[in-house]
Design a protein around this ligand. Structure first.
Ligand code: ZN
Length: 149
């Protein structure tokens, strides 16, 4: 595994739309492993591939320590409720802002073995799903901030 460099806000790569993963190659597996290591080293709860300069639809999330969620081609298939909480981003160090997000989110994604699965989360995990999937579409939480800190 290798720690990757995290792209910071202002870099145009963060505004690009990531391409779907069509085939889970050894490069995609290595990317997942490297993204997990990078997220851990940065003390983050989530990381999208565009944040390490790779324009593919790959996300890692770890809201509960030790429970790493790997998402390939994730899509939000259901959401409900709402929450307004503070959000930050490893690509925008030292800043936080309040965003409006659904309270409960269900995501459909592919795992590293090529299996499709659904996963649901509430609260922080729901925010992480929305935040990271936004990255895959070139969106940043700052686009959604309702109260800057
Ligand atoms: Zn982010």
């Amino acid at each position: 595994m290798a720690k990757l460099k995290i792209v910071k806000v202002g870099d145009p790569i963060l505004r690009k739309v990531c391409r779907p993963v069509e085939c889970i190659t050894p490069r995609i597996i290595t990317l997942l492993d490297d993204m997990i290591e990078t997220m851990h080293a940065a003390d983050g709860v989530g990381l999208a591939a565009s944040q390490v300069g790779i324009l593919r639809r790959v996300v890692v999330i770890e809201v509960e320590p030790g429970n790493t969620i790997e998402l390939i081609n994730p899509k939000i298939i259901a959401f409900s409720g709402e929450q307004e909480e503070e959000e930050g981003c490893l690509s925008i160090p030292g800043k936080w802002g309040i965003t409006h997000r659904p309270m409960h989110v269900t995501v459909r994604a592919t795992d590293r073995h090529g299996e499709t699965f659904d996963i649901s989360g509430s609260g922080l995990l729901a925010r992480a799903f929305c935040h990271e999937i936004d990255h895959l579409d070139g969106k940043l939480y700052t686009d959604r901030v309702i109260d800057k800190k």
